[in-house]
Design a protein around this ligand. Structure first.
Ligand SMILES: [Zn+2]
Ligand SMILES: [Zn+2]
Length: 150
């Protein structure tokens, strides 16, 4: 499955949010904060490309209709309303396993987005299967990154 690579992220010196690191090792700049975020500096340290950060990096992709990882990312970080996009810092989960548990908690509470009359929070649904797909893709990327580093 075609997905975005593990993200290279650092702490933004302007706003304490995560920001992508360029190939040359300097930080990109947050657009939405304008001049407050300096960008173009070297990060103090790279942030670990956790599952939640990797999934978030897939949310801007344009293939959400056909790509289950993209669709999952957009569902988690953009939701079904007009509320602002969320970031990994807003999430209560870091790993795919935690996301799966979190989803079951949300299944019990969810209403509005979709018809979920049959959902009682006990059974896995297509989201669970997409989480498992994303977990496997992420695991393969992580394994590949380990090999590159060795
Ligand atoms: Zn910033
Ligand atoms: Zn499940």
């Amino acid at each position: 499955m075609d997905t975005n690579p593990l993200p290279r992220l650092g702490d933004c010196p302007g706003c304490s949010e995560e920001i992508r690191v360029r190939v040359d090792g300097t930080l990109q700049q947050h657009q939405r904060y304008g001049a407050r975020c300096p960008g173009s500096r070297r990060p103090v340290g790279l942030l670990e490309p956790t599952f939640v950060r990797w999934l978030h990096a897939n949310a801007p992709r344009k293939d959400g209709r056909a790509n289950r990882v993209t669709r999952l990312a957009q569902m988690m970080f953009r939701g079904c309303t007009q509320s602002p996009n969320r970031t990994p810092a807003d999430m209560t989960w870091t790993t795919a396993e935690e996301l799966h548990e979190d989803w079951h908690r949300r299944l019990v509470q969810l209403s509005g987005c979709e018809d979920r009359r049959e959902m009682d929070g006990k059974h896995c649904d297509w989201v669970c299967r997409d989480v498992e797909t994303a977990r496997r893709v992420y695991a393969a990327l992580t394994a590949g990154a380990d090999q590159d580093a060795a």
